[in-house]
Design a protein. Structure first.
Lengths: 419, 290
């Protein structure tokens, strides 16, 4: 070997060694799967823990943002056919919206293919059905989330009162408990979807008609019951923390944890945070009950496969299936009611999640949004008008009538036959 | 002269680049604005002529967002200008420490807008926000910063002023440095008061820079989005819904891209008119504006 050829060989060997040592080159063989959700404990656990290492050769990257930003980002991404979204957090109402627009991959074939390997029959069919639209399965269900009533048990015990069962009782108790330092109630009305979650309950609790007719989707929120519901919200607002019109669930959670609110509606997935001594001043003092009047929201939560992703759909499905295995779902039971019966019926899991009892009772009367795929656009109109009523920009009846007119026009434009 | 004509060829690359990044999107937006374009069904876009524009100007929401924009943009630019000029004059009078202060006060301008807005939100949030918690330590209760329509407007103006007053200070202070000191000293010898010096010497000397900062800030304030989006989302109700928030809502919540594009075009025309009016007002020297 000549001097020069020795140098060339040494240079080649060094380059090869360097290339192998560089993380960028090594990871060129691994693909990245981008998972999008809003930041809350359920997503943090499943994306940042349960999905990690699920399928060799694929890194799962977490993309978490606020609830509002997540919803808008995903809608824009899906509508524009972006290949950036590989997996997205979704729930029944989103499955209908996205499914109608052909933005999601149907996964019926994969569900069948992996039914035995991943024991998918452990997930009840009625839960799986919530992830279907037009007969096709679009989402992988991981759990249930519902909104129930958080209340300060210590203060209720002191006063010798029980959690309210009607809206009128709720208003009376909110007034009785209200102090300058601690609000009697708590409303969480940040536009759009956060507010819609809370308003959904108020409209349902006021009467059987809810806010949209379940079949024709004709607005019902401006009927006398709906007007009464918003009048009661307006009354409750006097006993709610200032800024309730812009507060999101994070702010509401902090209000409970810091002892600044006595009671109010909140997601079951936030219950565990009340007993976190690092964040909460009220460990063991908050208890949970079905919401007065019933009719709060229940959703099946999970993940969907956007059709515009360039990652193989089977790989993405397997990441979800691996993350849903019973041993991994046990870890997620703190943040949602698990969809697998084997995990839900585990006595230890039930014992360590004292809010499960209230959640299960809540589900008896709870319901999801009316099944209109355009619920988000409808919600934007309704929430804006309700805000105008609550901030005294216009009377409640006028605001709801205006909203009903706009919603009818919108849905007609989208092809619905509304009389 | 002929060689000058040939110089146009040197401008051609810049013009092409400008056309690609500015004129193409602009014409594309104008084209989109005459279509009924629902983002979910892009293949069903239909030509509707001026219908989107007519829809906009006949609905109350457009006028309410326009008046909110005028109020919020006008209020914040005015506040920033007054504060900026006042601070710049103070710095100009300082014998030492002006440079250090100038650097420190730039921090709000350096922070990413959304991060700054989030920081402001945690300041203004009720009960446990920085301001309310500080007031509470003196047994005081703060107003409903983000929840009441009037306070929300003011909060948004204050937030914008917090972020952009440093820009005003920076530009006006630089302008003050360029004024001939002899002019001010002569005025003083002639017995002019501080206000007279400001009105008759300093402001006329600063006029080109004042025009520059006002135009830049008016254009910016009309595009004001991130802070409002994070702080109030346009609410409560429609109290802080500006033209940009309304455009966002039309485009990305209701996916009505045609109508959103029409609103964008209307906003562009409004800002152009406003900028030209500002330039005209500041430069009609003969008619005695200054």
């Amino acid at each position: 070997m000549t001097y020069y050829s020795r140098i060339r060989a040494f240079a080649a060997a060094s380059a090869a060694f360097a290339a192998l040592s560089l993380p960028g080159v090594a990871s060129a063989q691994t693909k990245t799967v981008d998972v999008f959700s809003h930041r809350y404990p359920f997503s943090e656990y499943y994306i940042e823990t349960a999905m990690q290492g699920a399928v060799p050769g694929y890194d799962v990257r977490s993309n978490l943002s606020t609830f509002q930003q997540f919803g808008e980002k995903v809608r824009i991404g899906l509508a524009s056919g972006s290949d950036e979204l590989d997996l997205i957090h979704c729930q029944g109402s989103k499955v209908r919206e996205y499914g109608k627009n052909d933005w999601l991959e149907p996964i019926d074939d994969l569900w069948e293919k992996y039914r035995v390997e991943y024991q998918l029959d452990d997930i009840p069919e009625n839960i799986v059905n919530e992830m279907r639209y037009d007969g096709k399965l679009y989402g992988f269900p991981f759990g249930l989330n519902t909104m129930f009533f958080f209340y300060r048990k210590d203060l209720f015990d002191e006063k010798g009162v029980k959690p309210p069962t009607t809206m009128e009782e709720y208003v009376d108790l909110a007034k009785a408990f209200n102090t300058p330092q601690r609000s009697g109630s708590q409303l969480t009305l940040q536009p759009v979807e956060t507010a819609l979650n809370e308003l959904h309950w108020h409209f349902n609790a006021a009467g059987p008609n809810g806010w949209l007719d379940d079949k024709t989707f004709k607005p019902t929120f401006n009927q006398p019951q709906g007007v009464k519901a918003i009048e009661l919200v307006k009354e409750l607002s006097k006993y709610s923390p200032p800024g309730y019109l812009t507060n999101d669930n994070n702010a509401a959670t902090v209000n409970f944890q810091q002892g600044l609110a006595t009671m109010g509606l909140q997601w079951a997935s936030r219950a565990k945070a009340m007993d976190n001594p690092e964040q909460s001043k009220v460990v063991g003092k908050i208890d949970f009950a079905p919401p007065p009047g019933g009719g709060s929201r229940v959703v099946v939560i999970g993940f969907c496969l956007p059709s515009s992703s360039d990652i193989d759909r089977e790989v993405r499905f397997r990441i979800l299936a691996e993350a849903s295995k019973a041993e991994r779902m046990r870890g997620g039971a703190d943040f949602s009611i698990p969809s697998r019966l084997s995990v839900l019926s585990d006595s230890e899991i039930q014992k360590s999640n004292r809010h499960f009892a209230a959640a299960i009772k809540t589900i008896e009367t709870a319901r999801d949004y009316p099944p209109v795929p355009e619920y988000s656009e409808v919600g934007e109109i309704l929430v804006r008008r309700v805000h105008q009523a609550l901030s005294d920009e216009m009377p409640v009846q006028d605001a709801l009538d205006e909203a009903a007119g706009e919603v009818t026009e919108l849905l007609r434009k989208r092809g619905y036959d509304i009389q | 002269m002929r060689w000058q004509k040939n110089l146009w060829w040197f401008a051609a690359p810049s013009f092409l680049l400008l056309a690609a990044v500015m004129f193409y999107p602009l014409f594309s937006a104008i084209r989109l604005s005459v279509f009924d374009y629902y983002l979910v069904r892009p293949n069903d876009a239909t030509f509707v002529g001026l219908d989107n524009y007519i829809d906009l100007i006949t609905e109350g929401r457009f006028w309410s967002s326009l008046s909110n924009t005028m109020l919020i943009a006008g209020g914040s630019v005015l506040l920033e200008f007054v504060l900026g000029l006042a601070v710049a004059l103070c710095l100009y009078s300082l014998q030492r420490g002006a440079r250090l202060f100038l650097v420190l006060q730039l921090f709000p301008l350096i922070i990413t807008p959304v991060v700054a807005a989030l920081f402001l939100k945690w300041m203004f949030v009720a009960r446990w926000g920085l301001i309310d918690a500080s007031l509470a330590s003196f047994d005081l209760t703060g107003p409903n910063w983000l929840g009441s329509p009037a306070w929300a407007k003011l909060t948004v103006i204050l937030a914008d002023a917090w972020k952009f007053t440093p820009f005003m200070i920076l530009v006006l202070y630089a302008g003050l440095q360029s004024i001939d000191r002899n002019l001010i000293d002569s005025g003083r010898i002639d017995g002019a008061s501080g206000w007279q010096l400001l009105y008759h010497v300093i402001i006329p000397a600063l006029r080109p820079l004042i025009l520059f900062v006002l135009i830049i800030r008016i254009m910016d304030a009309f595009r004001f989005f991130d802070t409002i989006y994070v702080l109030t989302g346009g609410g409560p109700g429609t109290a802080t819904e500006t033209l940009t928030i309304y455009t966002f809502s039309l485009g990305f919540r209701q996916l009505e891209m045609g109508k959103a594009a029409a609103l964008g075009v209307v906003t562009l025309v409004l800002v152009s008119v406003l900028v030209m009016a500002t330039a005209y007002l500041l430069y009609r020297r003969e008619k005695g504006a200054f």
